[in-house]
Ligand binder design. Structure first.
Ligand code: ATP
Ligand code: MG
Length: 214
């Protein structure tokens, strides 16, 4: 068979890792902006398993965080959600996320999307040298954080529309009885209320269990 001489274009896969407790519009805008600027075919959101950097606070179960991420991304045909980190036992390391996605998607070039605060920690990550071979890194601006230029190949910096939203602030607002409408997608507002997430006194209801909801 004759070849046309042109390599088929490789699939470009964005990877947005996070605790997503809860997912908010800052995450979604960052992913959308990187997808547009880097011509990504898809962005996969990867909720962490046991978050090793957040061991000091109560983190919602992986299932709750996974389901909120599915709800938030469902309407975008280029967004998807992966369970690789949730289904792997033990703490989540980005190196494992990228290795697993490489194995699952051998035809894809990976673009790891990270906010300015997480970018600062990048060099402290386990096995950081191998990270650069596995993915191109895109650091995005985030209000209140300096975006460090690591000055190396394989890292790009991108200014995205500034949304001063954090999951910590969303959790605090819910605990204090303040609204999170328009900070997180509508379905996520309703999901938080349905399962009583972030209540200061009451533990949340497990996913799928609606006992007590009238
Ligand atoms: P928490 O307050 O619990 O740490 P968070 O808002 O920082 O939550 P994470 O799940 O920790 O959200 O973040 C996942 C990724 O999204 C990180 O790379 C983070 O830097 C990035 N990110 C989070 N919020 C924003 C935002 N408002 N703008 C740009 N990037 C963001
Ligand atoms: Mg964070």
């Amino acid at each position: 068979m004759q070849s046309s001489g042109q390599e088929p274009r490789r699939h470009r896969l964005g990877v947005m890792g996070g605790t997503f407790d809860p997912i908010h519009h800052g995450h979604l805008v960052a992913a959308s902006e990187v997808a547009a600027k880097f011509h990504l075919d898809e962005v996969v959101f990867v909720p962490t398993g046991e978050p090793w950097q957040k061991a000091k606070r109560r983190v919602s179960t992986a299932e709750h965080r996974y389901l909120m991420t599915v709800i938030a991304t469902a309407s975008n045909p280029r967004f998807s959600v992966s369970r690789v980190d949730i289904d792997r036992p033990g703490p989540t390391y980005t190196i494992d996320t990228l290795r697993d996605l490489h194995t699952e998607r051998p035809g894809s070039d990976l673009f790891f999307i990270t906010g300015a605060d997480a970018m600062e920690q990048i060099v402290s990550w386990k096995d950081s040298e191998e990270l650069w071979d596995l993915a191109h890194f895109v650091g995005v601006t985030r209000p209140g954080h300096e975006l460090t230029d690591l000055g190396r190949d394989g890292v790009s910096l991108l200014e995205v529309p500034a949304l001063a939203i954090s999951s910590t602030d969303c959790r605090d607002r819910v605990a204090d009885g303040n609204p999170v409408w328009y900070l997180v997608p509508d379905g996520v507002v309703q999901y938080i209320a349905k399962y009583g997430l972030y209540d200061r006194d009451e533990p949340p209801t497990p996913p799928g269990n609606l006992a007590g909801v009238s």
